[in-house]
Structures are given as structure tokens and as C-alpha cells.
Design a protein around this ligand. Structure first.
Ligand SMILES: Nc1ncnc2c1ncn2[C@@H]1O[C@H](COP(=O)(O)OP(=O)(O)OP(=O)(O)O)[C@@H](O)[C@H]1O
Length: 336
């Protein structure tokens, strides 16, 4: 945080307009680029959301959460200052002006792992459990390496340790909103699990969560996706840009996880921790497969003789095996 110092910011472009106000790109005197969120004049509920965001973000230090650098809450128009994330939102990459084929399945799976890991951290590892409450692709920013940064904590809630769920005014975004929370007003971590399931479906299909222009049966991604899964026609809904022979198994498994996350009853949905572990396992297995394709096990022929000679000399490892172990370990470390 910047603390109580006067800092002059040069504002030079509008990045976007959200429910909470306008976001500008700015530059600090030390030349660092920042994003500045400005509340709408005279809207007290927005000021409350700003204060909430400061409260929540000051509890969090995570590489996949956008960093809050400073705030200015006493002024007539409150401001929040964040690190600038320069490659747009996941929504824009998938559906907007930035949509292109550069988002491969490997990128999408890694982004899914990063979001799932971040939500698992918010739900169970942060000092006070946090429910984001507005998980959607428009709230996932991407940096130059396409690393995901979860943003927009204005609607999030800190859950007191002695409470399993909270009664709140229902808030969220259509298409991502947990139907159980919508009907009961009872909020718990499983609402984020539902919204994450929708994000995973978006990554798998390249389609929007809710698309009014589409015919009734494909308007809601969750229903469309779940019936395709049930009727064994998943290939019809998966983004043609990502599906190929070598990733069918992973895509099918990721689709199964997405359907589990969007179950109608919250208690039937998995926890984010389990989801993150299952998706991470898909990535690790993928790396293993890639390595074994590159360094195939020796066939039963004269090569085997060589291996036996090595074994007799006390070296029982093969290149492929050790390499696989190293790669797996590297990925787990990088995922922290
Ligand atoms: N830290 C940031 N770095 C770069 N761009 C940002 C940053 N924060 C927000 N933006 C940009 O500003 C836009 C508006 O952000 P904001 O969070 O206010 O709105 P939203 O998520 O689109 O809408 P809502 O708040 O209604 O959910 C985003 O879509 C994004 O393009």
C-alpha cells in the first residue's frame, strides 16, 4: 500500500467502465503504470464496495490476485489504485476484440488451474475465508505471459470463522450466478465453485456464459454443456480451435469437472481445493505423456541389452523416468 503520502498520478486513457465506476490507465511519478478505479460521484453503495475491496485485498498476497497499490477513500470521489495488468481480460481473449487462436488448450488449462488454485486459497488458506462472489471471465485479467490475475473484489465477502454461510442480498452476474444462492440468499463458498464451473465451460467451448441471441436450448452455457455431455456429443460444443487427438482425454476430464462444479445443489459440488488438484493433475499427466512421446521406453530389442548392462553397473534409472520426475516436480513448484 502507498500509505498516507500524496502521490500525483497522470491519467491518460479509459480502460473500461464497470458496475463500480470507471477504470483509467495512469502513470505514477516513478514511471510505473497503474490502473485507477474511480467511483461514481455521490453513489454511497459504490463507496461501500470500494471500502470492502480495500478490506479484502489487504488480507491477500497471492501471485494470481491483482495487487492493490493504494487507495484514496476520504475524497469526494474515492479512488483505488492497482498494478496495471497489460493483456486484457480473459473474456476479451475468448469473445472480444482480442479473441484469436493464440489461446491454446495448454494456456486455457493453465489459466483454469491458476484460477482454481486462487479460489481454493481464498476459501481456505487466506487468514479469513473469502468468497469472491463475482467469478467470471471479465474479472480475470491476463498479464504478458497470459498468467491469470483474479480481480474485482468489490462484491466479495469475508466469512467469520464461526459461520458456514451468510445471508446476503443476492449479487453476481447472470449466467454465472449459483441458482441455489439466487433462490435462498444463503451464500457459501460453493457459489464460487458454480461460477468457476461456468468459466471452465467458457474455456472449453469458447462460448459466452449467457448469449441472448442464441436459440433457447443453447442460450445458457451450463444447460447446453450439460446436455451435450449427457447425450455423448461433447465434441459438438468444444471449441474447434483447441480439440485435437492428443488432448481428447484431458478435455473430457475437464468437462466432467465443469459439470460437477455446476451441480444444482451446492453440497453436491466439489470444493475448490479438489477442483484445483484435479486440474493440476491433468497438467502434470499431460507433461508426462509429452515426455514419454519424446523419449519412448526402449523396445524389447538390442537396446534392452544396453539398459541391462547399465543396471548391472548399479545405475537403475533410465533417462525418461528421471526426466519425468524432474518435470513433474518443476510444475508443482511453479504452481505455488
Ligand atoms: N488492474 C487492471 N489492469 C488493467 N486493466 C484493468 C485493471 N482493472 C480493470 N481493468 C480494465 O477495466 C475494465 C473495467 O473493470 P471493472 O472491474 O470496473 O469492470 P467489470 O469487471 O467489467 O464490470 P463489473 O464491475 O460490473 O463486474 C476491465 O474490463 C479491464 O479491462
Amino acid at each position: 500500500m502507498l500509505g498516507r503520502t500524496d502521490v500525483y498520478v497522470t491519467i491518460y486513457v479509459i480502460l473500461g467502465q464497470g458496475g463500480q465506476g470507471t477504470v483509467y490507465k495512469g502513470i505514477l511519478p516513478d514511471s510505473s503504470v497503474v490502473a485507477i478505479k474511480k467511483s461514481r460521484l455521490g453513489d454511497s453503495s459504490q463507496v461501500e464496495q470500494f471500502i470492502n475491496e480495500v478490506l479484502v485485498l489487504s488480507q491477500i498476497n497471492h501471485r494470481n490476485v491483482v495487487k492493490l497499490l493504494g487507495c484514496c477513500l476520504e475524497t469526494e470521489v474515492p479512488l483505488l489504485v492497482y498494478e496495471f495488468i497489460n493483456s486484457g481480460t480473459l473474456f476479451d481473449r475468448l469473445h472480444g476484440s482480442m479473441s484469436d487462436s493464440s489461446l491454446t488448450w495448454e494456456h486455457r488449462l493453465r489459466i483454469a488451474v491458476e484460477i482454481a488454485g486462487t479460489l481454493a486459497y481464498l476459501h481456505s488458506s487466506a487468514s479469513i475465508p473469502i468468497i469472491h462472489r463475482d467469478v467470471k471471465t471479465a474479472n480475470i485479467l491476463l498479464d504478458e505471459n497470459l498468467t491469470a490475475k483474479v480481480a474485482d473484489f468489490g462484491a466479495s465477502r469475508l466469512i467469520p470463522m464461526d459461520k458456514e454461510q451468510l445471508t446476503t442480498m443476492v449479487q453476481g452476474t447472470l449466467g454465472y450466478l449459483d441458482p441455489e444462492y439466487y433462490n435462498t440468499g444463503l451464500l457459501n463458498e460453493k457459489s464460487d465453485v458454480y461460477s468457476f464451473g461456468v468459466v471452465l465451460m467458457e474455456l472449453l467451448t469458447g462460448q459466452k456464459a449467457l448469449c441472448f441471441e442464441k436459440p433457447q436450448q443453447s442460450k445458457h452455457l451450463v444447460n447446453y454443456f450439460a446436455s451435450a455431455m449427457k447425450e455423448n456429443r461433447l465434441h459438438e460444443v468444444i471449441d474447434g480451435q483447441v480439440l485435437n487427438k492428443s488432448n481428447q482425454r484431458e478435455i473430457h476430464e475437464a468437462a466432467r469437472i465443469a459439470v460437477e462444479c455446476t451441480r444444482l445443489m451446492g453440497e453436491e459440488r466439489p470444493r475448490m481445493k479438489e477442483v484445483a488438484a484435479q486440474l493440476e493433475a491433468l497438467r502434470v499427466t499431460k507433461t508426462k505423456h509429452e515426455w514419454s512421446d519424446q523419449y519412448p521406453e526402449p523396445e524389447v530389442n538390442e537396446h534392452l541389452v544396453g539398459v541391462e548392462i547399465l543396471s548391472a553397473q548399479g545405475d537403475t534409472s533410465t533417462t525418461g523416468y528421471d526426466s519425468i520426475k524432474n518435470v513433474t516436480r518443476l510444475h508443482i513448484e511453479a504452481g505455488r
